[in-house]
Design a protein around this ligand. Structure first.
Ligand code: ADP
Ligand code: MG
Length: 596
């Protein structure tokens, strides 16, 4: 057992194996306090109940041939024993035909109590205070949002592979999911939100060797985050990069190279052709003829994509340029430069901002105030960022503005992406998007640490409908999101009503911003293991930074450069990409074989 989600997985799989038609999962404090799974399955006799906590107690292998044809989940008989060793476990179970059930309490592998009890048919297992007796492992657990995310992942996998079973998930007494017995397509929509109704394409291919069925997402709905890709082999969730690659290959030319399509695909194959025992957590799989499986999966997906007559969009850049142009016109007509400089930050934050001017990213610099300096800020940086950034300072491009930048130098924008300006020693090239990301990141991080997020309030609050899973994550991150400057109320029904957004957020689309924030949070968490605050600051900075392709006025360019050099670490984005590059005049001269 590594974390609460591993317990969730084992308990839910046991309930499925017991042929339950309804399975409820209750978690408190992201599973650190309580994980309870209640099912209405076949239950256990007194002896079985007692036995179930012994190692190798499985009831699931009877003959040795069974080893080759296993289709149920468990076959190691270790899960309950390992859970009982590291938590306080209470089990109540009754077989349908038994009059009385059994209650057993186990703590640190010891059976503390065993009594007959009147209870519902089926099994209820509560796991309390996971790792209570292994403090080192308990302290190793991540923050609640991160652990909750893992739990939701496991819950979704099981719920997807058994749509005919009803599931419920409660998080701290709040209902997150209430899934009736339903068709797979409905189950996908219940899990991921009604937006998925329009984006599913059926995929079905029956061959002698394998059968494939499920749904794939339309290319235009592909996301930048991995996480909504599900493969089930003989109804068991598996990770397999090779098969993932087969699907990516089928989508070739239909999605951008950094995007991932949605898919939930079930492969049925004779168990003799696979080896599911390659990894103890049983999510990895080997096929005895990988190449054939690859080709068949790819062909099946291609065929589904083809029958929905999807043609590749010709130019991914095009939309961006178009947006940039309209932004540009907009800003020209709305505001003069002077007006912008005089606006007061605090006064503005209490003014409702109208939707129309909202898209205007220039607002970012309205009456801008420097990020408040704070003592002891360094020690709050995570090791990863410290490493990147101290390396940055030793790099050639680690220039300081005071040394190099000349105020009245000519500055212009190159291809809508880079700002070129003359500096004392040569030429400075700024990547506008990367630079802005750095500026916003440092500002948000300071806000999070100081809890001084300034908001712009809306005249009309915006209601945002989230998927249940994302809603549960928001509930865990509530405080941090508020300290960024979001003002919102959480309602039931997965609805969040947003009354205000951070003062320097450019987007007019609150829903997209909110969802983007969650998406970025998921992505950064899996890639970089940051602490929550830094993760959020990164996510929001990435989301809100001006895009490449946005035209900038001279004042905007100069402000951007000023703000960049006011940063603690101006040379790199929070993820380690360069923000600026300098070209020494000497090097330019050399190109022409000249002396400086
Ligand atoms: P495995 O699932 O690998 O057999 P476990 O340690 O997970 O091993 O469970 C041990 C045994 O306890 C199972 O084989 C099963 O007989 C019994 N068991 C566990 N959970 C349930 C449940 N929810 N309903 C009925 N029987 C269960
Ligand atoms: Mg099991």
């Amino acid at each position: 057992m590594q974390r609460p989600a591993s317990v969730v997985k084992e308990l839910m799989e046991n309930s499925v194996d017991a042929e339950s038609s309804q399975i409820d999962l209750i978690v408190k404090e992201a599973g650190k306090l309580l994980i309870q799974v209640i099912d209405n399955g076949k239950g256990m006799s007194v002896t079985d109940a007692r036995m179930s906590f012994e190692r190798h107690a499985t009831s699931k292998i009877i003959k040795s041939e069974d080893l080759f044809s296993i289709r149920t989940f468990g076959f190691r008989g270790e899960a309950l024993a390992s859970i009982g060793a590291v938590a306080q476990v209470e089990m109540r179970t009754r077989k349908q035909d038994d009059e009385l059930g059994t209650s057993i309490k186990v703590e640190g592998s010891e059976v503390k109590e065993q009594t007959p009890i009147a209870c519902e048919k089926g099994t209820s297992i509560s796991v309390k205070n996971l790792f209570f007796n292994v403090p080192a492992r308990r302290s190793f657990l991540k923050s609640n949002p991160v652990e909750m995310k893992h739990i939701i992942d496991e819950f979704q996998r099981v719920a997807l592979s058994y749509p005919q079973v009803g599931f419920r998930l409660y998080q701290n007494d709040l209902e997150v999911y209430q899934l009736p017995s339903e068709k797979l397509s409905r189950r996908i929509v219940s899990l991921f939100g009604s937006g998925y109704k329009e984006q599913l394409i059926t995929c079905q291919e029956d061959m002698d060797f394998i059968k494939i069925h499920g749904y794939i997402g339309k290319p235009e709905h592909a996301k930048k985050t991995r996480g909504e890709q599900f493969f089930f082999v003989n109804n068991r969730f598996v990770r397999n990069n090779y098969l993932h690659h087969a699907i990516m290959n089928a989508y070739e030319d239909l999605i951008a190279s950094d995007q991932f399509p949605f898919y939930v695909l079930f492969i049925d194959i004779d168990p003799r052709h696979i080896d599911i025992n390659v990894h103890p957590t049983k999510t990895e799989i080997k096929f005895d003829d990988e190449k054939i499986v690859y080709a068949l999966v790819k062909a099946a997906v291609k065929k589904s994509l083809g029958t929905h007559s999807i043609t590749p969009p010709l130019d991914f850049e095009h939309n961006i340029n178009f947006d940039a142009l309209s932004n540009y016109n907009h800003s020209k007509t709305i505001q003069g430069d002077n007006e912008r400089l005089e606006t007061n930050f605090t006064a503005k934050s209490f003014n409702p901002i109208q939707k129309s001017s909202h898209q205007d990213w220039q607002k970012l610099y309205e009456g801008f105030e420097r990020v408040p300096e704070k003592n002891g800020e360094e020690k709050e940086e995570t090791p990863s960022s410290v490493r990147v950034e101290s390396a940055a300072n030793n790099m050639e491009s680690g220039v300081s503005k005071d040394l190099l930048y000349t105020e009245n130098a000519s500055t212009f924008q190159l291809h809508g992406r880079y700002i070129i300006t003359q500096i004392k020693s040569g030429v400075l090239v700024v990547d506008q998007q990367a630079a802005h990301e750095r500026i916003l990141y440092e500002r948000y991080l300071a806000m999070l640490h100081n809890k001084v997020g300034a908001s712009q309030q809306f005249l009309f609050p915006q209601s945002v409908q989230l998927s249940p899973g994302d809603f549960a994550l928001i509930a865990e991150m509530e405080e941090e999101i508020r300290s960024l400057g979001f003002m919102f109320n959480i309602f039931s029904n997965n609805t969040v009503v947003i009354n205000g957004v951070p003062a320097d957020v450019q987007s007019g689309s609150e829903k997209e911003l909110f969802e983007g924030l969650i998406e970025q949070f998921k992505m950064n968490r899996s890639e970089l293991k940051l602490d929550k605050k830094e993760n959020l600051a990164r996510a929001l900075a990435r989301r809100s930074a001006i895009r490449s392709g946005t035209k900038l006025t001279l004042l905007e360019m100069n402000t951007l450069i000023d703000e960049l050099f006011a940063c603690k670490f101006p040379n790199y984005t929070p993820t380690g990409n360069l923000t600026i590059v300098t070209m020494e005049i000497g090097k330019i001269a050399k190109l022409f074989n000249r002396q400086v």
